[in-house]
Design a protein around this ligand. Structure first.
Ligand SMILES: *Cc1c(COP(=O)(O)O)cnc(C)c1O
Length: 358
């Protein structure tokens, strides 16, 4: 028998989430960020559902190639730009746009002779301290780029927020102000906000929003689910119960014998584990659903299997559907129990999981 672990992707949720992002963006253009195989949901199927976006954001030229091969004509932005001079020709061939964040990339562009103008996004580091140029260099860099025949004159100015999900913290306000000051006299469009920036920081809207998480119905704001902001989860991860065993009080369950039965109880075994991307860090007590009934993870998650406390699911029987996350059980709740964020959970679903669409 084939394994039951299935990730069902809800295409309507993707479409509705995009419409909601558009409404919140109030006229700003929307870049649908589809890096990491659309946060684990599948690049091609998500791009199809999100084809109303003004642009796609990807992390690699290879993903840009997949989108072009699937027939998408939108703008596609490679969020970390070219890694090597040879990337530039490939980006031109595929009409991909390049984020330029480092002197080494400027050098590649300046060494070029001719070629169709490449569209570039100039990235300033206003406080995240990952990628980007110091804001005080904005004018000089803009002038250097604008002078290159191989660069399109319509340069987009961008920055990225470190903690826009912390709505009380003032770092985002300072990053926004630093960006606006540094780019004050420069022409061109502005792109500042990610999902949390869109939700919490209207002054940072700019001409573009670059949104990933919310399109998949996911949130990184502490204690909040995507649904709390009106977005619908786009993935349901399910499997089936393959065994139910009666285990006696005092017996221990699973690798490391970490869980001791407090009473005689029924323990369910579900066909999913860290080999499927269910996090091994999910602690005893992490919620799952067996049918509609609540159950919890007990003991250690193993590679192929998960043991469950069925004391609150008296009707559970072998073959029942077990839901790990989805609209009825937010991935954010599971992530909290596993010490991570929902993005990592959906990105981590592995290749042996069957994908389905609704
Ligand atoms: C991933 C990414 C985004 C999208 O972030 P979300 O929190 O998923 O909306 C936006 N901009 C850049 C530069 C990114 O790398």
């Amino acid at each position: 028998m084939s394994r039951s672990a299935t990730a069902t992707i809800h295409l309507d949720a993707l479409r509705n989430n995009l419409a909601r992002v558009r409404a919140l963006a109030e006229g700003a253009k929307v870049m649908a960020v589809v890096k990491a195989d659309a946060y684990g949901h599948g690049l091609e199927r998500c791009a199809r559902a999100l084809s109303g976006a003004d642009a796609f954001g990807v992390a690699s030229i290879a993903d840009g190639l997949r989108l072009r091969a699937a027939g998408h004509r939108q703008r596609i932005v490679v969020l970390s730009g070219p890694d090597a001079a040879s990337d530039l020709a490939e980006m031109r061939r595929l009409q991909l746009e390049a984020v330029i964040h480092h002197e080494s990339q400027l050098a590649m562009l300046e060494a070029e002779h001719g070629g169709d103008p490449l569209k570039v996004w100039l990235k300033l580091d206003t406080g995240m301290h990952r990628l980007g140029f110091p804001p005080e260099r904005a004018r000089e860099l803009h002038a250097r780029l604008a002078a290159l025949p191989a660069v399109d004159k319509a340069i987009v100015l961008m920055t990225h927020f470190a903690s826009s999900d912390e709505f009380e913290d003032d770092l985002t306000a300072r990053q926004t102000q630093g960006f606006l000051d540094a780019t004050k006299d420069l022409p061109g469009e502005r792109a500042l906000s990610n999902s949390a920036g869109l939700l919490g920081w209207p002054q940072a809207r700019g001409n573009w929003v670059r949104v990933g998480g919310l399109l998949y119905g996911l949130s990184v704001a502490e204690g909040k689910t995507g649904a709390d902001f009106g977005f619908a989860p786009a993935m349901t991860l399910t499997t089936r119960l393959v065994a139910i065993n009666r285990i006696a009080r005092g017996e221990r369950v699973g690798y490391g014998a970490t869980y001791e039965c407090p009473e005689n109880m029924r323990i369910g075994v579900a066909a999913i584990g860290y080999g499927d991307g269910y996090p091994r860090s999910a602690k005893s007590g992490t919620p799952v659903l067996v049918g509609d009934a609540p159950a919890t993870v007990i003991g250690r998650v193993s590679m192929d299997l998960l043991t469950l406390d069925l004391r609150n699911a008296p009707d559970a029987k072998v073959g029942d559907v077990v839901t790990l996350w989805g609209p009825q059980l937010p991935a954010e709740t599971v992530a909290d129990h596993a010490g991570t964020i929902s993005y990592e959970l959906t990105c981590g679903v592995t290749r042996r999981v069957l994908f389905a669409e609704t």
